[in-house]
Ligand binder design. Structure first.
Ligand code: GDP
Length: 445
């Protein structure tokens, strides 16, 4: 979601950390480049300016420039300031939905992804929190939108309020409330009508629904690809309706991501979730630490772990993380990872989240690193003996030949696998040392 920005910053920081001694001017030059990168990512000018001012203040003192690792210190300061810029109060993934039935109001422009996000959220609440959820479409202008929600509801196994022709949005909201109380639902989500632009009608309608529903959360869905426009839309909705949080959609695209960085600073509203695809499970909590890590190109091991958690036994994951933390990463671990990757939707879904792989993913794709390759790699590992899997450093020419032949592949392919394994093992080791893995584990358990 932040590939371009991440790539740009990666370049700046690579140079900075390689430099050793740094003068204040070096730091300032680097931060000017950071500022340009932010603006190119469509971060709004005042936000970028303010951000750089804060970082400059902290990063140009003697404590940093005269330290042993000045480059790393600057990166750390940027990292911490990114978190400060992105973070709202409280836990982004936790919605105020005690006192059942709790109403959630979804607002936003047409095409922002509101209906899809309503379903994503319902699915999440049902599956992760065991909530009984009712969804209702209030989009009386577009019967197709009502049908769409009903279809999504069937797909994810969440009830939708039956459609009654000719009813107005306020009446639907009232009926949803009654149905939610009588039916013993924990949460009911009202998917309001959108328009192409904010207009008086849209606002009046949303306000009328808000007044009868008295929502615990009013979540604004905005298209992350629209950059600064997304921020303007949020400001306007918040002024007129009052929102408790923002959900940015289409963050899976190669958009510039700047909206995410400006959102909190300009609107004062926290981003709670991001949409990462069209499927109903493509919704992620927006966690400042994780996003900052992703922007700085550290990969996103927390997201990876969280996703793995759904497909993998927790104990197995725990064992795996402990081994990684100690810098142990043999062929069995790699095979486990590859198996997981296949379960988690193949290369595409996982690449951006692997440590260090974010930057490489484009090259990898170009080099034919796809799901077929995953299967070939698993075949190669399966062709190794137990001992070889545990200690891949044993693999000399004759063993390599045997293994490749066993999998019906060339030795060159095996060499590629070994190289990748070495790179990953190195990364795991560094990340283990930096405590990143430990943090990831803490988040997981
Ligand atoms: P609404 O008019 O605001 O209710 O928008 P919809 O929910 O109908 O979504 C419009 C289009 O955007 C649909 O094709 C969705 O599948 C797509 N969409 C929604 N959220 C995302 C997302 O996070 N990523 C991507 N790539 N597409 C999305």
């Amino acid at each position: 979601m932040f590939e371009n920005l991440s790539e740009r910053l990666g370049g700046v920081f690579d140079r900075l950390t390689k430099q050793g001694a740094l003068s204040e001017d070096d730091v300032k030059t680097a931060l000017r480049e950071v500022r340009i990168a932010l603006l190119e990512a469509d971060v709004s000018l005042p936000v970028a300016r303010d951000f750089i001012a804060r970082v400059t203040k902290k990063a140009t003192g003697a404590a940093v420039t005269k330290s042993i690792t000045p480059g790393q210190q600057v990166v750390k300061i940027v990292h911490d300031e990114l978190i400060a810029t992105l973070r709202g109060e409280g836990d982004p993934g936790v919605l105020k939905i005690d006192n059942p039935p709790a109403p959630i109001l979804m607002v936003g422009l047409q095409g922002s992804g509101k209906t899809t996000t309503t379903a994503k959220l319902a699915k999440r609440l049902k599956e992760r929190e065991g909530k009984r959820v009712l969804m209702a479409s209030l989009d009386t202008n577009r019967p197709a939108a009502m049908e769409q929600l009903a279809i999504l509801g069937t797909q994810i196994g969440v009830d939708t309020l039956p459609i009654v022709k000719g009813e107005d949005p306020v009446a639907i909201a009232k009926r949803a409330k009654t149905q939610a109380s009588l039916g013993g639902y924990d949460v009911y989500i009202l998917d309001t009508a959108g328009r192409l632009h904010i207009d008086a009608d849209l606002i009046a309608q949303a306000a009328a629904v808000r007044d009868v529903a008295n929502p615990r959360e009013t979540l604004l869905v905005v298209d992350g690809l629209t950059g600064q426009d997304a921020v303007n839309v949020a400001t306007e909705f918040d002024d007129k309706i009052g929102v408790t949080g923002v959900i940015l959609t289409r963050m899976d695209g190669d958009g510039r991501g700047g909206a995410a960085l400006s959102m909190r600073a300009i609107t004062g509203k926290p981003i709670r979730f991001v949409g990462l695809g069209e499927k109903t499970d493509a919704l992620e909590t927006f966690e400042a630490e994780r996003v900052a890590g992703r922007i700085l190109g550290m990969g996103d091991i927390v997201a990876l772990v969280e996703k793995a958690q759904q497909t993998l036994e927790v104990e197995q994951a725990e064992r795996m993380m402990k081994r990684f933390q100690k810098g142990q990463f043999n062929m069995n671990d790699l095979r486990g990872q590859l198996d997981q990757m296949m379960k988690m939707g193949g290369m595409q879904g996982v690449m951006g989240m692997m440590p260090g792989m974010g930057k490489m993913s484009k090259q990898a794709e170009a080099a034919g690193f796809d799901d077929k390759m995953l299967r070939r790699q698993v075949a190669l590992i399966n062709s190794m003996t137990k001992k070889e899997r545990a200690r891949p450093e044993l693999l000399q020419a004759s063993r390599k030949k045997r293994i490749a032949a066993g999998a019906g592949l060339e030795v060159a392919e095996l060499n590629k696998l070994l190289k990748m394994h070495r790179q990953m093992a190195d990364m795991m080791k560094t990340m283990g040392k930096k405590g990143v893995l430990k943090q990831a584990m803490a988040g997981m358990f």
